[in-house]
Design a protein around this ligand. Structure first.
Ligand SMILES: Nc1nc2c(ncn2[C@@H]2O[C@H](COP(=O)(O)OP(=O)(O)OP(=O)(O)O)[C@@H](O)[C@H]2O)c(=O)[nH]1
Ligand SMILES: [Mg+2]
Length: 321
C-alpha cells in the first residue's frame, strides 16, 4: 500500500473495502503498518470497549456474537468483530478476509457492523501485536465496542483475556465434567459467564456449579462475574449479556480498572514487539556465527559462553529496523 493516508480517509468516510485494506495493513505490520500507527496516534480517537468472547469449540461464541451485534445495532452502536482463527459460521472454515459474512441473511443493520477474521494466531506474539493494532484502526473509524472472538484453548485464551476490557466465557451444559482441570483458569479470566445452549438439559446445574465456584473465589476487584443463561439460536438472554457487558464497563470506569487494563495491554504489546525484534536479531546473529557455532560443536567453547557472545553481539549491533 503506497498511500496509507488516502486509504484511511476512504475508510473513515465509510468505504468498507478500504477499511478491510486498512486492517490488512495493521495486521501485516510492515512499514505501512508503522505509518498507519503514527497516523492513528494523531487522530487520537476515543478508545473502544474491547469485549473478548471465548470458550470451547462449538460452544456458540459466533452465534452469541451475532446476537450481540443485532442488539448493539438496534441500540445504534457501531460494532466490529475480530474473529481469531474462526471455524464457524463467520467463514465456514476458511479465512476469507473482507468477504466474510454472518451465516444468516443480510440485515438492515449490517452497515453498522464490521466483521473481520484474523490469521495471526500461529505467529509468535501474533495476537498481542495484531489485535491492538486492528482495534486502533477500528476505533478510529468509529466502531465501539470491538468484539474479539477466539476459541478458548490454553495460551490463546489467556492472551485474549489480557487484550480485552471485558471477557465473556461461553460454557455449555455439561462443560464442568469435560474441563474439570481448567476450571480455575476459566474463573481467572471471566468477567461474565454465558451458559449457552441452555435449551439443553443440565443448564441449571451448570449455573449452580459456576455460582458455587464463584462463592469460593475472592473478587478482589469488587466484581463478581454474573452468570447468564443464553440460547444463541433464538437470542434468549442476549439482552442480559449486553447488560452485563455494559455494567462491567461501568465498573471498570468507576474503579479505575479500565486504565489499569489498558496499561497492562500496552505493556504486553510493547513487550511482544520488543521480543519479536530481539528474536529476529538473535537469529540474524546466529546466521553469521558459523565460527562460534563450530567452536561449540568442537567443544572449544561452551554453549553458555557462546550465548553470552551472541547477546553481546546483539547489544552492540545497530537495529536495522
Ligand atoms: N441447541 C443450541 N444450539 C446452539 C446454540 N447456540 C449455538 N448453537 C449451535 O451450535 C453450533 C456451534 O455454534 P457456533 O456459534 O458456531 O459456535 P462457536 O463457539 O463459534 O464455534 P467455533 O468458532 O467453531 O469454536 C451451531 O450449529 C449453532 O447453531 C444454543 O443456544 N442452543
Ligand atoms: Mg465461532
Amino acid at each position: 500500500v503506497s498511500d496509507v493516508g488516502g486509504l484511511f480517509e476512504r475508510a473513515a468516510r465509510g468505504d468498507r473495502r478500504a477499511l478491510g485494506r486498512v486492517l490488512t495493513v495493521a495486521e501485516r505490520d510492515g512499514d505501512a503498518g508503522a505509518e498507519l500507527a503514527t497516523l492513528l496516534l494523531e487522530r487520537d480517537a476515543s478508545p473502544a470497549h474491547i469485549v473478548g468472547v471465548t470458550g470451547a469449540p462449538g460452544a456458540g461464541k459466533s452465534t452469541l456474537t451475532g446476537g450481540l451485534l443485532d442488539a448493539l445495532a438496534a441500540a445504534g452502536r457501531r460494532t466490529a468483530v475480530l474473529a481469531v482463527d474462526p471455524s464457524s459460521p463467520f467463514t465456514g472454515g476458511a479465512i476469507l478476509g473482507d468477504r466474510i459474512r454472518m451465516d444468516r441473511p443480510t440485515r438492515p443493520s449490517d452497515d453498522a457492523t464490521f466483521i473481520r477474521s484474523l490469521a495471526s494466531r500461529g505467529q509468535h506474539g501474533g495476537l498481542s501485536i495484531a489485535v491492538p493494532a486492528m482495534v486502533r484502526a477500528l476505533e478510529a473509524v468509529g466502531y465501539d465496542p470491538v468484539i474479539v472472538e477466539t476459541v478458548g484453548v490454553g495460551q490463546i485464551e489467556l492472551d485474549i483475556a489480557a487484550l480485552a476490557d471485558t471477557t465473556i466465557v461461553v460454557v455449555t451444559p455439561g462443560w464442568g465434567d469435560a474441563i474439570q482441570a481448567n476450571k480455575a483458569g476459566v474463573l481467572e479470566i471471566a468477567d461474565v459467564f454465558a451458559v449457552n445452549k441452555s435449551d439443553r438439559p443440565g443448564a441449571l446445574d451448570a449455573v449452580r456449579d459456576l455460582e458455587r465456584m464463584l462463592d469460593m473465589s475472592t473478587n478482589a476487584d469488587g466484581w463478581r462475574p454474573p452468570v447468564h443463561c443464553t440460547i444463541g439460536t433464538d437470542g434468549s438472554g442476549v439482552a442480559d449479556l449486553l447488560g452485563a457487558i455494559d455494567a462491567h464497563g461501568a465498573h471498570l470506569d468507576a474503579t479505575g480498572a479500565r486504565g489499569e487494563r489498558r496499561r497492562l495491554r500496552e505493556r504486553a504489546e510493547v513487550r511482544a514487539r520488543a521480543e519479536r525484534a530481539l528474536l529476529a536479531r538473535i537469529d540474524a546473529t546466529l546466521d553469521d556465527a558459523e565460527e562460534l557455532l563450530a567452536g561449540v560443536e568442537q567443544r572449544q567453547v561452551t554453549a553458555i559462553e557462546a550465548a553470552h557472545q551472541v547477546v553481546a553481539q546483539v547489544r552492540t549491533t545497530n537495529d536495522p529496523r
